[in-house]
Design a protein around this ligand. Structure first.
Ligand SMILES: [Ca+2]
Ligand SMILES: [Ca+2]
Length: 338
C-alpha cells in the first residue's frame, strides 16, 4: 500500500515535470500580401518563448525583395535576428506589400525604426534550398511545415532533386523528415451562404496548388478560408493592447494594411500556426480523411475517403471564441525585454 502511494506520487511528479517537446516549424509565408502573415509569425515567436515550438526557418513565396527584409525586421523585433530566411525566385505577386516598407522606415535621426540585417530577399538563400538544408539537419519525422501563402515553394520542394544538402529527392526527403504539413488555403465549407469561393493562396499559383494537392506524400491539413473569416481579430485589441512600445511592428503593419478603419481582419494564417503547435487542445476539429482536388479555376473540392491524406479544419461557435481570444493574448503579449 505504502509503495503504491509512493509510486503514484512519483508518477504525479513525473507528469508535472514532463512537458511536450517543442514543435519544430518551418514557416512558409507570402509576407506582405495581408497582415495575418505578420501576426502569425509574431505568434510563433511568443509560442517559442514559452517552449511550445522551435522556429527553424522562414521562407517567403512573395517575390518582392522587401518581403524577406520585413520578415527579418519582425524576427529581430521579437528577439530572433538570426532565424534563417529564404526567398522565392521567379515567384508570384512581385508588387510591394502595403506594410513591407516598414523594413526601411527610419526615425528622425536616420536610424531604422525596426533594425535588422537582411536588407533584401535577393541577399537571402533561395527558399527551396533552405527548406532542404533545414529538413536534412533535423531528426526523422520531426518537422511541421506551415504554409500560409502560395504553393510555389513546397511544390518545388516536391520536385527537388538530390543536392549538397541531402541525397534524397523531394518526395523521399518529405516522407523522411516531415511529420505534418498544415496549409492555409482553399475553401471547404459555406461562406456567407456561398460555397464556391476561389481562395487567394490557391488562385495565385494554381499549377503548384494542383501539384501539391495531388502528389504530397504525407498528411495535409487545410485551414480553409472560412475559418479565418469566422475568427477575425478584434480591432479593439489592435488599438489598445500594443501600446507598450512607441513603435510596434504588428500594430503599425496592421494600420498600414487595413483598407478601412475600424476593421477586424480575418485570422487565416494564425489558425494554421495554432493548430500546428497545439493540435490536441480542441481549438479545431478535423474533417474525416479524404482527397482535395484543385480544379483549373482554383476551386478546392474535397472527396471523402479513408485512403486520402487530406483533412480540413472545422470550428464551432464555442471554439471560435476560444481561438479568437488565444490569438488576441498571444499576439499582443509584449516580447521579452519590451
Ligand atoms: Ca537577421
Ligand atoms: Ca498569407
Amino acid at each position: 500500500m505504502k509503495y503504491t502511494i509512493l509510486t503514484l506520487q512519483l508518477l504525479f511528479a513525473l507528469t508535472l515535470s514532463v512537458s511536450a517537446a517543442p514543435v519544430k516549424l518551418i514557416f512558409d509565408t507570402d509576407m506582405g500580401n495581408d497582415i495575418d502573415d505578420a501576426m502569425a509569425l509574431a505568434m510563433i515567436h511568443q509560442l517559442e518563448r514559452r517552449g511550445a515550438c522551435e522556429l527553424l526557418a522562414v521562407t517567403s513565396t512573395k517575390d518582392h525583395p522587401l518581403s524577406a527584409a520585413f520578415i527579418d525586421a519582425l524576427n529581430t523585433f521579437y528577439g530572433a535576428p538570426n532565424i534563417p530566411i529564404g526567398a522565392v525566385r521567379d515567384g508570384v505577386t512581385p508588387e510591394k506589400g502595403k506594410y513591407n516598407g516598414l523594413a526601411e522606415k527610419k526615425d528622425d535621426a536616420g536610424n531604422l525604426v525596426y533594425p535588422h540585417d537582411l536588407k533584401s530577399g535577393e541577399d537571402a538563400m533561395e527558399a527551396v534550398a533552405l527548406i532542404r538544408k533545414t529538413l536534412a539537419a533535423q531528426p526523422d519525422n520531426s518537422v511541421k511545415l506551415v504554409q500560409v501563402g502560395f504553393f510555389t515553394n513546397l511544390a518545388r520542394l516536391l520536385e527537388s532533386k538530390p543536392d549538397k544538402h541531402s541525397d534524397l529527392a523531394g518526395p523521399e526527403l518529405i516522407r523522411k523528415k516531415v511529420k505534418e504539413t498544415i496549409i492555409m488555403a482553399g475553401a471547404f465549407q459555406s461562406i456567407r451562404f456561398g460555397t464556391q469561393h476561389l481562395e487567394y493562396n490557391v488562385k495565385k499559383d494554381i499549377p503548384s496548388a494542383k501539384k501539391m494537392a495531388a502528389q504530397w506524400p504525407g498528411p495535409l491539413i487545410w485551414s480553409g478560408y472560412e475559418i479565418g473569416i469566422a475568427a477575425s481579430y478584434p480591432w479593439q485589441s489592435i488599438m489598445e493592447d500594443y501600446g507598450y512600445v512607441k513603435h510596434h511592428i504588428v500594430k503599425e503593419g496592421y494600420l498600414d494594411y487595413v483598407p478601412e478603419h475600424p476593421h477586424d481582419r480575418p485570422t487565416w494564417d494564425l489558425s494554421a500556426v495554432l493548430y500546428a503547435v497545439y493540435p490536441d487542445r480542441s481549438y479545431f476539429d478535423l474533417s474525416p480523411k479524404g482527397n482535395v482536388k484543385v480544379n483549373d479555376e482554383g476551386r478546392t473540392d474535397f472527396f471523402p475517403g479513408e485512403k486520402g491524406n487530406d483533412r480540413y479544419f472545422i470550428m464551432n461557435d464555442i471554439q471560435t471564441e476560444k481561438v479568437r481570444e488565444a490569438f488576441v493574448q498571444l499576439c499582443s503579449e509584449p516580447p521579452a525585454g519590451k
